[in-house]
Design a protein around this ligand. Structure first.
Ligand code: HEM
Length: 144
């Protein structure tokens, strides 16, 4: 029995689709999950010294930005594989909202990294986190 028919027998996602979704979801766990981990670690990092939160954020950026790039690339792969043009109006509306959320989370995370005041850092960080969670929710709705 070949891999395709084995997957079909067990109602599993077949080969390339599984790879596409795996890469998209794995990158989403790093982008979204990493933000929650940072939120949890920053209060402890502050007790280790004034530069510790910044050092932690710089280290996270080396993981989060490549993950964001993978999300965008595999996102377009998803669109091509699903033939978005043949999907319903509501599916395409959720996709449109998701585009805005993806732009917002990316832009807010970038501004968060460049903010000089605590207020701006908090505001952009919150916007980046909330829009990332909503993009995740939109993704799950799109996957049906
Ligand atoms: C912050 C960025 C993003 C996050 C957190 C995210 C998250 C997700 C998640 C969790 C899923 C559900 C996968 C599943 O349950 O199988 C998904 C699906 C999907 N995403 Fe994203 N995504 C992001 C960016 C993008 C981008 C930039 C695009 C398009 C250019 C995109 C297009 C899609 C499509 C079309 C699906 C449905 C895939 C399918 O059913 O085969 N995503 N996304």
């Amino acid at each position: 029995m070949d891999v395709q028919s084995f997957a079909a027998d067990l109602s599993l996602t077949p080969g390339l689709d599984a790879l596409r979704l795996f890469l998209h979801v794995a990158a989403a766990t790093i982008w979204v999950g990493g933000m929650f981990v940072m939120l949890g670690l920053v209060p402890t990092a502050r007790t280790l010294g004034p530069d510790a939160p910044k050092a932690l954020a710089r280290a996270f950026a080396k993981l989060s930005w490549p993950a964001f790039a993978v999300l965008v690339l595999t996102g377009f792969w998803n669109l091509a594989a699903l033939h978005a043009e043949s999907k319903s109006m509501s599916w395409n509306m959720v996709m449109g909202i998701k585009y805005l959320l993806v732009i917002l989370t990316g832009l807010a995370a970038w501004l968060h990294g460049r903010a000089s005041s605590k207020a701006a850092m908090g505001a952009w960080g919150s916007i980046a986190g909330i829009s990332a969670v909503l993009a995740l929710l939109a993704g799950v709705l799109l996957a049906g």
